[in-house]
Ligand binder design. Structure first.
Ligand code: ACM
Length: 535
């Protein structure tokens, strides 16, 4: 059946038995609690087949079964119809995604095409995810992805049973969410005058202004669309580094006793940036106001506060920062950063939410309830899990999807270190070093799509696919240890999956390399044996 991600158990009936065939009289019966799944099935399978799937008996039946785990489902196909039972609406929804795969690639189109047959072979599938957090981070700060592109990505995540979209909403190069109390964040911070093309070392510029942001209604729409697909949107507001767009909008947020922050523009090139937030009460109040508005928009239990790559030079030179270190009786600038993270950990906890941050938040002491996105390899995640903190494993060494996909010269703007489809397939989120109790703190895995080198949805597609497909199987399926994984079997199933991606309109990287129009001749990346990328 070439299902991806591979289900836990499946039992195909004898091939002599007739398939169940969807027709224009097939009904869809949604038991209480599954109506939302029925609605999405009608908008997807209904659109692809052209069938109404009216409510009633005699076709597809959706139901809940409290004996199943929350996200687990059982899908049965016999001569009379299709049943999908889940431990919750989420489980039923993931079962519905499996049904789409069983219907064939045309089930992924938005309108019927000639020649599609809607026969589903008789089978029983029992399935449940390995991890509760199956995430993708989309960097919409470096290059903005307009709202429709985000909705499309939510569809792509759902089709792969991924359930967390981490939106990197702010960075040096742009602020991408409307904050009513601070309009300059988007008036000034949501666009830059021009953009470095390639990595920082490249001499090339795109002289067009670049920008865009989501209004609060856009965010409400994105969050609701995600919720219909059982996806949680986790917002990231990156502090205290990666904040120059905010400082450009409100110069008082920067270290005004060290540099003239009124001259700082929204950054147009890439890399780790010395212009970080001032560690003052004013800054804390400002970001509390920002988060106050975001709490209304994002129901996510987790809020991501960034915390990565905050150079401490300006704090070392700042009398204000040094006074703050003394006042708070802190040892150094790392502890000063920790005090900011701890502040927001308490602040979020007081409002019923949890802080998550990049693994630098471990430096100088981790806030008590905080969770960690382990990106600089596994070390941060291991340390955090051993200290009893929850961890999302997203090591750059394995699942940074901006890294080059092969050693070919024609990879578009290649960032060093090859990470092939097979490398991602052999990514193991739980390192051997952890005891079973510690391993239970690895709540999931995440692939990160940074967009310095991806200036359009097409370029994002190229980086994300097909590697995100391998990642989805790693996050969902119960795979053996990396060396024992059946990559050839996965690759064989990919043959069927490419047809699904074609129907979805995904501009994935072909197994044979980039198509001519997916290449970026002349745009400098990093030599294959060069140092790691600056992201
Ligand atoms: C990161 O890649 N700076 C989290």
């Amino acid at each position: 059946m070439d299902l991806i991600p591979a289900p836990s158990r499946s039992h195909d009936a004898s091939p002599d038995l007739p398939p169940y065939v969807l027709t224009d009289t097939t009904a869809l019966l949604a038991a209480p609690g599954t109506e939302g799944v029925a609605r999405v099935l009608r908008t997807t399978v209904g659109a692809a087949t052209g069938f109404e799937l009216p409510p009633g008996e005699g076709g597809i039946v959706l139901a809940l079964d409290s004996a199943l785990a929350t996200e687990a489902y059982r899908l049965t196909v016999d001569a009379h119809g299709i049943g999908i039972t889940g431990g919750s609406a989420a489980g039923v929804f993931w079962g519905a995604q499996t049904l789409r795969q069983l219907l064939g690639p045309a089930a992924y189109r938005k309108a019927p095409v000639a020649g599609a047959a809607w026969a589903v072979a008789q089978t029983t599938i029992e399935d449940e995810p390995r991890f509760g957090w199956r995430g993708v981070m989309l960097d919409v700060a470096r290059h903005f992805m307009p709202k429709d592109g985000v909705l499309r990505y939510l569809d792509l995540l759902a089709a792969h049973k991924l359930n967390v979209l981490h939106l990197h909403l702010t960075d040096d190069q742009g602020w991408r969410v409307e904050i009513k109390r601070y309009p300059r964040l988007t008036e000034v911070g949501a666009w830059r005058a021009r953009t470095k093309v390639g990595l920082r070392e490249s001499p090339l510029w795109d002289e067009r202004p670049h920008g865009g942001y989501y209004t609060q209604d856009d965010i409400r729409e994105i969050v609701a669309y995600a919720a219909d697909r059982h996806i949680t949107v986790v917002p990231e507001i990156d502090i205290p580094g990666h904040s120059q767009a905010a400082i450009a909008a409100y110069p008082e947020l920067g270290n005004t006793d060290v540099i003239d922050t009124t001259t700082l523009p929204v950054l147009s090139s890439w890399g780790v940036n010395p212009n970080v937030l001032a560690p003052t009460d004013g800054t804390l109040r400002f970001y509390e106001d920002v988060l106050d508005e975001l709490l209304e928009l994002f129901p996510s239990p987790f809020f991501h506060i960034g915390g990565d790559e905050c150079p401490k030079e300006q704090w070392k030179a700042s009398a204000t920062a040094q006074t703050r270190i003394k006042e708070l009786d802190l040892a150094d600038e790392d502890e000063l950063q920790s005090s900011i993270i701890r502040h927001f950990d308490r602040w979020l906890a007081g409002r019923g939410r949890r802080l998550i941050g990049w693994d630098e938040i471990l430096e100088g002491g981790l806030a008590p309830g905080a969770a960690v996105s382990s990106w600089r390899g596994y070390a941060g995640g291991i340390a955090a899990a051993q200290a009893g903190h929850d961890v999302v494993m997203c090591p750059e060494t394995h699942v940074y999807l901006d890294w080059r996909q092969s050693d070919r010269d024609d990879e578009p703007i290649p960032i060093a270190h090859v990470r092939t489809l097979e490398d991602v397939y052999r990514f193991e989120p739980v390192p051997d070093e952890l005891t079973p109790d510690e391993a239970a703190h690895v709540i999931g895995a995440q692939a990160n799509i940074w967009t310095e080198t991806a200036d359009s949805a097409r370029a994002v597609d190229y980086l994300a696919f097909p590697r995100l497909v391998a990642f989805a199987e790693v996050a969902w399926s119960q795979l053996p240890a990396p060396a024992d994984r059946d990559y050839d079997g996965f690759d064989a199933r990919m043959a069927a999956h490419y047809a699904r991606l074609d129907a979805l309109g995904v501009e994935y990287r072909r197994p044979g390399g980039p198509l001519p129009w997916q290449q970026r001749p002349g745009v400098i990346g990093r030599p294959i044996d060069g140092p790691p990328p600056i992201v």
